[in-house]
Design a protein around this ligand. Structure first.
Ligand code: ATR
Length: 277
């Protein structure tokens, strides 16, 4: 009788010490009694291809990738999901049984799942979304919003050229607006999303007058330290529904866990509390 192999997965980045993914997957492994492991791995860019070649031979089913490897893995992968190709970056890799390396990006579906989970009445098609920021996270979120059929995206970034580049990539539904014009256009937004790092503990605050915000506008932030950013607190005072950013981290991890460990894990209050410890 053969002994079943111990399923392994992990996260590759540089640096990697700050990653919360080991705690997240570790909690699920323990909760579901799966005899696997999820390991943080510090890998330099020069070693990325070599490490990804070796890992499946050591029992790994797949890995998450984070900064600075999210774009580079697309040059190494054999199969790239449509959404990873569209976003131009991947965060979830699977070593397929045919030996091929599959690359996917689950950031956008994590973002949408978080909103659907915590604001079940939210209708992406109800009106324009205003997106602040045009970095890597914004790319994934813009792609996901378009997939959910938002009628229009008002996109603002401190460095306007990056927002223009996103519009050139994703097309006509995006209107780039000047960072300084955000307050004046605020009343058009049915959904408001901060994808910048502003408001994160240790960073600058997002100083944005919210006077124009409608009370029906769903407001969300990808920053989750602190959990309730000033943006979310002010929006809440104005009567807006708010969703914090922790759920995006939790939900983006579900497809990887499913593929590597063979079951769909729950995202619930228990998990949130583990992550907040
Ligand atoms: P990520 O992958 O997390 O999106 P990123 O690609 O570095 O990280 O993008 C960070 C985002 O936060 C960008 O939209 C950035 O604006 P710029 O493109 O102008 O750099 C935004 N950001 C960071 N610091 C900012 C600040 N002080 N004011 C305004 N926007 C800021």
């Amino acid at each position: 009788m053969s002994i079943p192999s111990i399923p392994l997965a992990g996260v590759i980045g540089h640096p990697i010490a700050h990653s919360k993914s080991p705690r997240l997957h570790g909690h699920w492994l323990k909760r579901y009694g799966i005899p696997g492991h999820y390991i943080p791995m510090e890998v330099a860019s020069n070693d990325l291809a070599h490490v990804l070649n070796i890992l499946p031979k050591a029992g790994f089913r797949g890995v998450n990738v984070t900064i600075p490897h999210k774009e580079a893995v697309l040059d190494i992968a054999d199969v790239i999901s449509d959404r990873a190709a569209l976003i131009g970056a991947a965060n979830t890799l699977t070593f397929q049984s045919d030996g091929k390396l599959h690359a996917d990006n689950t950031d956008g579906i994590g973002f949408i799942a978080n909103l659907k989970h915590n604001a079940p009445d939210w209708d992406p098609a109800a009106g324009p979304a205003m997106v602040l920021g045009a970095g890597g996270a914004s790319r994934a979120i813009v792609a996901a919003l378009l997939h959910e059929r938002v009628p229009a995206i008002l996109l603002a970034n401190r460095t306007r050229a990056r927002a223009d580049a996103l519009k050139a990539h994703f097309g006509g539904k995006i209107e780039v607006i000047d960072w300084n014009n955000v307050p004046q256009r605020m009343d058009e937004a049915a959904t408001l999303i901060n994808t910048t790092s502003l408001g994160m503990a240790g960073k600058e605050e997002l100083k944005l007058p919210l006077d124009g915000l409608r009370a029906s506008t769903l407001v969300t932030d990808i920053v989750y330290t602190p959990l309730t950013t000033n943006l979310l607190a002010t929006a809440h005072e104005r009567g807006c529904p708010i969703v914090d950013g922790l759920g995006m981290l939790l939900h983006q991890a579900v497809p990887g866990f499913e593929r590597w460990f063979g079951m769909t894990p729950d995202v619930d209050e228990d998990l949130r509390q583990v992550m907040l410890r």
